[in-house]
Design a protein around this ligand. Structure first.
Ligand code: UP2
Length: 343
């Protein structure tokens, strides 16, 4: 195995690096033909239950693109069965929950996660990857309470989160009970990933941008503060990410996180101009990946240049790699970022 490359961990911690490190959300998955072949035989959950296979899927983009980190292949819904939520991932739809949460009674029935007995395969995959296979750090992750709750309440993906917001606005007791249960799950699950070997944790609050700032402060910020404060004990870098959440970025800057993941709606410079002090991750609009290479290169240069002026920057897309994006493009972009950013 070649020497372990910890560049991205330095960038996560806000230290200057020799070049801009890069990883891509959803770098493992449907954009790769090897993955699509596997999916003819196995579902996402079937892959994640087999550590050797799951480690292979996780490693594939690292080997193919030379990215600076691996991200554990699984879904934000993966821990839900452990707390008693029956979830299925349906092709072309996404996560589906047949018995959505409607009341405090449903919330009180939710259990707690014991990672060693409930998701041993996740921990085994991490051990395999970090002890034997990877020469770059492994990023573990968990969904955040609002985003997970939105699937549990809506029963699947949603455009407007009306049922989720209705519960939040009308039954504070139920809402905070749900946030607390999901926070406990997130903390226990993320800590177990670190204990097994994960070297950074990203918390996906993908859909929290649906809330305004005042409601974020009232209904979400306290629970996010608790999650990150407790995860600080692990000493690994902590990343927060959300889509369409630029209006919440100064709220996130208050949280005990190391890195803020930006989607494409706000530039790195605009974030810095708001006095955001954390390391920044992002933020090429995945749509650019379908445009002519010259266009991609020009936009990537701008992001790298703005990132260099910031204490620390990690290149990523503004959201996950979509199935249409070609692996050749991802490889070319990774090489370009590494070469162009070298100091
Ligand atoms: O069908 C679709 O287009 C996506 C369906 C979907 C899934 N989870 C979901 C959604 C979105 C939704 O419906 O709300 C729900 C889901 N999963 C996830 C997030 C967080 C986010 O992306 O903002 C979310 C919510 C937000 C979002 O999807 O944009 C996270 C996720 N899914 C997954 C991974 C692991 C990985 O990519 O290595 C990761 C995390 C790490 C990372 O970003 O790299 C894997 C995953 N989940 C899923 C799929 C597709 C189906 C499959 O191969 O069986 C796949 C594989 C792929 O993306 O190609 C299912």
């Amino acid at each position: 195995m070649t020497k372990f490359n910890d560049t991205i961990l330095k960038a996560f911690r806000g230290e200057e690096t020799d070049y801009t490190p890069v990883w891509y959300m959803r770098q493992a998955g449907r954009s790769q033909k090897e993955y699509r072949e596997l999916k003819k035989k196995y579902s996402l959950f079937e892959i994640t239950h087999q550590p050797e296979l799951c480690a292979y899927v996780t490693r594939l983009p690292v080997e193919m693109y030379n990215v600076d980190a691996a991200v554990l292949y699984k879904d934000i819904m993966s821990p839900l069965p452990a707390i008693g939520v029956d979830v299925d991932i349906k092709s072309g739809i996404g996560p589906v929950i047949d018995n959505p949460i409607v009341s405090l009674r449903d919330i009180e029935k939710l259990g707690t996660i014991d990672p060693e007995s409930d998701v041993p395969y996740v921990l085994d995959t991490i051990r395999l990857l970090t002890k034997e296979q990877l020469n770059v750090p492994l990023i573990g992750f968990s969904g955040a309470p609002f985003t997970i709750a939105s699937y549990m309440i809506e029963g699947g993906p949603s455009k407007n989160y009306h049922k989720t917001k209705a519960l939040m606005y009308s039954d504070r007791k139920a809402w905070f009970a749900l946030m607390d249960k999901l926070a406990d799950m997130t903390i226990t699950y993320a800590k177990a990933q670190v204990n097994a070997g994960a070297q950074a944790i990203q918390i996906f609050d993908s859909w929290v941008g649906a809330l305004n700032v005042t409601d974020y402060r009232t209904y979400i910020k306290p629970v996010m503060n608790r999650i990150f404060s407790e995860l600080r004990e692990t000493n690994v870098p902590l990343i927060i990410f959300g889509v369409g959440a630029s209006h919440l970025i100064t709220e996130w800057n208050d949280l005990p996180v190391d890195v803020i993941g930006l989607d494409w709606r706000m530039s790195i410079k605009e974030a810095r101009d708001l006095d955001v002090t954390k390391a920044l991750q992002g933020n090429l609009d995945p749509a650019f990946m379908l445009a002519d290479w010259e266009v991609v290169e020009e936009k990537a240069k701008q992001i790298i240049d703005e990132g260099k002026a910031h204490p620390s920057h990690i290149f990523n897309l503004g959201h996950g790699v979509t199935p249409e994006i070609s692996p050749d493009r991802l490889k070319k972009l990774t090489t370009f970022i590494h070469e162009y950013s070298r100091r």
